[in-house]
Design a protein around this ligand. Structure first.
Ligand SMILES: [Zn+2]
Length: 317
């Protein structure tokens, strides 16, 4: 069989991760690139994708005609069938057909899906959820993403809007969430939620080393790891609170879906997943039905930062 390559991208609000896979699904080239924040229009985002793919082809030295397909995970509501991004919270895309111009440019099939859905798909095909049929994924990052695999298939719901259980309301009188509601899981357990708690405590005069690391309302996962290792009191409180609400949300999802496995992924889990999983496991039994709990496994993601690019690969294979 002649050599061929698949190119996969994970497009975030501030960075793009790229990988070239060979015909044996081995990564032969990687690229990580910062994208400009804000002010971009759809056209320039499309230019970013094109320039990143071109750079990857040139730098890796592969032959352009050996590229078989391009797959992308991106934030927002994505019609993966049509390749149209219907809405993206952090990128300036509205009803944006990205498939047509990219396929025209490179002459190969192009697929795009919601990044968390694609990430859960990656864990399902290549990572921690391999061999299971019903998978609930929580992706803990700047926000709180969800991805659901039911009976071996990604469940996207009506108009690709399913699995927003990051906005499951756990306390209607709780802190304000980005979505306009109060007390969503995201408002407690995401980087934004934990950062808000830390800033609130700092404003009360409490010492915490993480407060000074919060930029634009979020800390970096590495700074969280450092503060936890230093046993920073306010940080430990924020994490305990985050894990408490994750345990409650996990219990709700276990009772609703009866999954084989619950996977925790995303930047926070990549950095301090062992600590999170331990704390969640300590509490989760309180919040699920005893008849359902024994058949569910709780695991951290295995592919780390690569789950979206592996998911993108499984989309185009
Ligand atoms: Zn919300």
């Amino acid at each position: 069989m002649a050599d061929f390559y698949n190119i996969c991208l994970d497009i975030g609000g501030t960075k793009v991760l790229g990988a070239i896979f060979d015909k044996n699904d081995k990564i032969i080239y990687r690229l990580k690139k910062k994208t400009k924040e804000g002010g971009d229009n759809s056209d320039s985002v499309e230019k970013v994708i094109i320039s990143v793919v071109e750079e990857m082809i040139n730098e890796s030295g592969i032959n352009k005609k050996d590229v078989r397909a391009i797959g992308v995970g991106a934030p927002g509501v994505v019609d993966s069938g049509k390749g149209v991004v219907l809405f993206s919270p952090n990128l300036p895309w509205r009803n944006y057909d990205i498939k047509t111009p990219i396929e025209k440019k490179f002459g190969v099939p192009f697929m795009i899906g919601n990044d968390v859905n694609v990430g859960v798909l990656g864990e399902y095909k290549y990572g921690a959820a391999r061999g299971f049929k019903n998978v609930v994924g929580f992706f803990v990052g700047t926000g709180m993403g969800g991805g659901l695999i039911l009976n071996g298939k990604l469940f996207t719901g009506n108009e690709f809007k399913a699995a927003e259980y990051g906005h499951m309301i756990l306390d209607p009188e709780g802190p304000l969430c980005n979505c306009g509601q109060r007390g969503c899981l995201e408002a407690f357990s995401s980087k934004k939620g934990m950062s808000a708690y830390i800033l609130q405590q700092a404003s009360r005069g409490r010492e915490t080393m993480l407060a000074e690391n919060i930029e634009n309302g979020v800390f970096k996962s590495k700074a969280l790891k450092k503060a936890l290792a230093a046993n920073d009191e306010v940080t430990v409180e924020a994490v305990d609170r985050a894990c408490h609400y994750l345990a409650v949300a996990t219990g709700n999802m276990i009772n609703t879906i009866s999954p084989d496995v619950v996977i925790y992924g995303g930047g926070v889990i990549e950095a301090v997943g062992d600590i999170f999983l331990k704390k969640i496991l300590k509490e989760v039994d309180k919040y699920c039905m005893p008849s359902i709990r024994p058949t569910v496994k709780l695991k951290t993601a295995e592919l780390g930062d690569d789950s979206v690019i592996y998911g993108a690969l499984s989309m185009i294979k």
